[in-house]
Design a protein around this ligand. Sequence first.
Ligand code: FMN
Ligand code: MN
Length: 488
Amino acid sequence: MAYRDLQDFLRKLDMEGELVRISDEVDPVLEITEITDRTVKAGGPALLFERPKGSRIPVVTNLVGTERRMNLALEVASLDEVAERIQSFLDMQSPQGLLEKVKMLPKLAEIGSFFPKTVRNGECQEVVLREDFSLANFPILQCWPQDGGRYITWPMVITKNPETGKRNTGCYRMQVFDERTTGMHWQTQKHGAEHFRSARAKDREGKLDVAVAIGSDPATCLAGILPVPPELDEFLFSGFLRREPVELVPCKTVGLEVPANAEIVLEGYVKLGEMRTEGPFGDHTGFYSLEGQYPVFHITCVTHRKNPVYLTTIVGPPPQEDYFIGHAIERVFLPVMKMQHPEIVDVAMPAEGIFQNLMIVSIRKSYPGHARKTMNAIWSLGQAMFTKVIVVVDHDVNVQESRDVVWKALCAIDPERDIQFVLGPVDTLDHAARRQDFGSKMGIDATRKWAEEGYTGRWPDEIKMNDETKKRVDALWSRLKISPGPKK
Ligand SMILES: Cc1cc2nc3c(=O)[nH]c(=O)nc-3n(C[C@H](O)[C@H](O)[C@H](O)COP(=O)(O)O)c2cc1C
Ligand SMILES: [Mn+2]
C-alpha cells in the first residue's frame, strides 16, 4: 500500500526507529541546519522539530538521508527493485500473436493505473486562506550564515507548458522576499524556465500561473527532483514509483492541480516582465551560489491541512540528503541509460563530485573510439549534459570503488592523448565556468587502448596470482601463524 501522505510516512519512520522528535525550541535560522548537517553526516535519523522558533508548524528534515530510508520511501528492499521494474517495462516488445497480446494486457493495465487522477477534495485544502495569509507563519529556514534570507528548499513547483498544456513539476528553491512574494530559482535549462520563456515570448506583460505544493507522500516529493524528459508529467512517474495514482485537486485561484495529500500549497503567478536579485544561497556544491536575476512568485492564496508539517532539506558541503536522492536517481535510471547505450555496464557519481562534477562510467568497449562515443552520449542525455568530468573505464573496473577507479584509470591514460574537451551548457551553479551556464567539460578515456586507436605498444595484463598457488597457501596459512590472518 502506498503511503497516503507525508505524515503517514513519518509514522512508518517512527515505527522503524528512523525518526527522532525534537521538543526543544530550535531556531529555523541556522540552528536547524547545524543539527541536520551533523545528523546526516553521522547517518542519523529523520528529524521532526516540534517547536521551531516563531511558528506553530513542525519542521521535518533529513527525510530520506540514508539508503535505508530511501528504500522505505520507495517501499523496496533495494533500489535495484525499482530499476528492475523499469527494465521490465523497457523490455516490452510489440506482441507477435494473439497469445502474446493477451499476455501483455496486465502490464498495459498497470501503466494505465499510474496516471494521475483528479479528485474534488483534498486534505491540502482543509484550510483556505484567500486574504489573511503570510509566509511569516511558516518555519522557513535560513540555512547558512551568508544566505540572502530564508528559502523554501523542497517545493514542488507546478506549471503548465503554455504551448502544449502539459504539466511540469520541479523542485526549485524559493527565496522569501516578503510575506507574499518569493524568488523562483528555475535554472536556465530546467522545464519551469522553459515554460516561463515560452509564455514571455507571447506576452511580455502577462503572467504565468504557478502552484507550489510542499510535503506529500515521499515518492511524489521525490518526483519533482527526478530528471524526467520534458513533457513527461512527473506525477505519472510518482504514480509508477508508488504503484498508485497521484490524486490531484484543482487549485482555488489558478488553473493548475496539486497533490490532494500535500501539506501546504501556495497558489499564485510569476509576472513575465519582472526579475529580481536572488541569492546568495549556501548550495549543494558546498559553496555559496551568488546573486542572480530570477523571476518573482506572487502568492494569491495559501491552502493547507488543519495540522500541517513543513518539509524541507538542507544542501551544503557533501554529503547531504541530496546525495541519497542523487544516488537513487543514478540507480533507477541506469536501465534507461543502458537501453540507449548498451555498452554501459555501471555508473557512479561519488558524493564529493556533487552530481554534476564527476561521473565514472564503465563500458564494454567493442569498437575504436567507443569511450568517446559514450562521453558524447552522456553529454546529450538530459541533465547529464552538465557533467563536468566523465571518466570512462573498462567493464572490469568497479566504478563503485574509488580506489579501483583511481588506480586503474590513472594507469590507463596518456593524459594529452586521452582527454577530450568540449564546450557547451554547464550547471548554473558552476562558479568556475568562464560564463554563467556556458563552459567546458572534460572526458577522460581511461579504457585500454587499441591498435586501431593508434596505440602501438602491448597493453599489459593486470597482476593476479594463479589459483593453484592460492589454494596451496590457503592450506598452509594457519600453520604460518601470521597475523592479522588470511587475506584472500
Ligand atoms: C534540494 C534540491 C534543491 C534544488 N534546487 C534547485 C533550484 O533552486 N533550481 C533548479 O533549477 N534546480 C534545483 N534542483 C534540481 C531540480 O529539482 C532538478 O533538476 C529537477 O529535475 C528539475 O525539474 P525539471 O527537469 O522538470 O525542470 C534542486 C534539487 C534538489 C534536490
Ligand atoms: Mn520536468
